[in-house]
Design a protein around this ligand. Structure first.
Ligand SMILES: Nc1ncnc2c1ncn2[C@@H]1O[C@H](COP(=O)(O)OP(=O)(O)O)[C@@H](O)[C@H]1O
Ligand SMILES: [Mg+2]
Length: 350
């Protein structure tokens, strides 16, 4: 599938050199008590930015870290994903951006202990226009989050699917960037542009910005395409790509309808397992204090459950306490993700 690189806008030389000036996250351990802000961005929609922000955030909270999830997308999917009805949100990240409210008035607890959320609302869609003429409009979020590190170990910024002012604000406010990459055709398209944008932000607005990692998502072990795309991304970005691969998982796509992260809704599902493994990998790369042992990776994650420290599974069909609860949890079909966690020789030598 080398012709992936022949697609206009997805040339290898567009994507490859961008990784070079970036230092990897593992060289910059988190200083306890100071927090670390991580921007989850990709201008493509539907690549699992929100799923990653919600589930990685929740998995790290379950592992004993204090996590804040900041919803920077007017679609408010991260807000809904942790059980907050965005229609009822009166003070949101919109107020944060326009300077109408401080962070502590925006933050709400979620049903996951240790995970708080700064919810978004539809007003946020107007923020780009309202801020258009404002002084230092790219640094509004950075200014609003300046003291957030005192209360949290990790702060995740869930970005909208564009490279507009909201994403620029998130890049300007973050120390690290996580890029979810969907294992589909055209996966590399746009990555060069994203890296260029991040590099420009690093040069002009935020010298601290680093790449934390690219995350391969929606990997489908039944298709050759998934492994080809994954190899392609690994070839270009090398060690910047997380070892953990998130499989395509029915349960991950169902969880938002329950208003609950899959890591608490169904911790034994393969999607949940992969985000728990990612949390352990992030912990390792960040030099975070480890409170609990990582879940053991296994070829068949279906059997993994309470035995490896996961919270007990919810009964099928039960809505989360804060969720809307109209979803139904169907068993994941056999054959899906059968090559998860990942085939050799993908392992990255550290
Ligand atoms: N690994 C996965 N397997 C199956 N569905 C997924 C997976 N990750 C995300 N999804 C689903 O794909 C859709 C897009 O994901 P989302 O996280 O909202 O992307 P983004 O925030 O980048 O637009 C959502 O419906 C989500 O539930
Ligand atoms: Mg999203």
């Amino acid at each position: 599938m080398t012709d992936l690189l022949g697609i206009p806008g997805s040339k290898a030389d567009e994507a490859a050199p961008a990784a070079a000036p970036w230092k990897l996250l593992e060289t910059r351990p988190v200083v306890p008590g100071l927090g670390r802000t991580i921007c989850v961005a990709n201008q493509k929609g539907g690549v699992a930015k929100t799923t990653t922000s919600v589930n990685l955030g929740a998995a790290l909270a379950l592992r004993g870290h204090r996590v804040l999830l900041v919803d920077v997308d007017p679609q408010s999917n991260a807000t809904t994903g942790v059980g907050i009805d965005h229609r009822g949100v009166e003070i949101s990240t919109y107020d944060l951006l326009i300077g109408a409210a401080p962070l502590d008035q925006v933050i709400r607890p979620t049903l996951v202990a240790g995970l708080d959320c700064a919810p978004a609302s539809l007003d946020l869609a107007g923020a780009e226009i309202e801020l258009a003429g404002a002084l230092a409009r790219e640094r509004k979020l950075a200014e609003a989050l300046v003291d957030a590190g005192r209360g949290y170990d990790l702060i995740f910024l869930d970005c909208p699917p564009s490279l507009g002012l909201l994403t620029i604000n998130a890049l300007a406010a973050a120390q690290d960037l996580i890029v979810p990459v969907q294992c589909e055709y055209y996966a590399l398209e746009g990555l060069g542009q994203l890296m260029d944008t991040a590099e420009r932000v690093r040069r002009s607005l935020n010298a601290q910005l680093r790449i934390a990692g690219l995350l391969l998502t929606m990997y489908d072990g039944r298709t050759k395409l998934s492994s080809q795309v994954a190899n392609e991304v690994r070839n270009h970005f090398g060690r910047a790509v997380f070892d953990t691969v998130v499989p395509r998982s029915v349960r991950l796509s169902e969880a938002p309808s329950f208003g609950e992260p899959v890591v608490t809704l169904d911790p034994a599902s393969r999607g949940a397992m992969s985000y728990r493994l990612l949390a352990a990998e992030v912990e390792q790369r960040y030099g975070l204090e480890v409170h609990v042992p990582p879940p053991p990776p296994r070829a068949d994650a279906r059997g993994a459950s309470e035995a490896d420290g996961a919270p007990p599974s919810r009964p099928r069909g039960a809505g989360g306490p804060g969720g809307r609860g109209y979803g139904t949890v169907a068993p994941e079909p056999d054959g899906l993700d059968e090559s998860w966690p990942r085939p050799q020789p993908w392992s990255v030598v550290r």
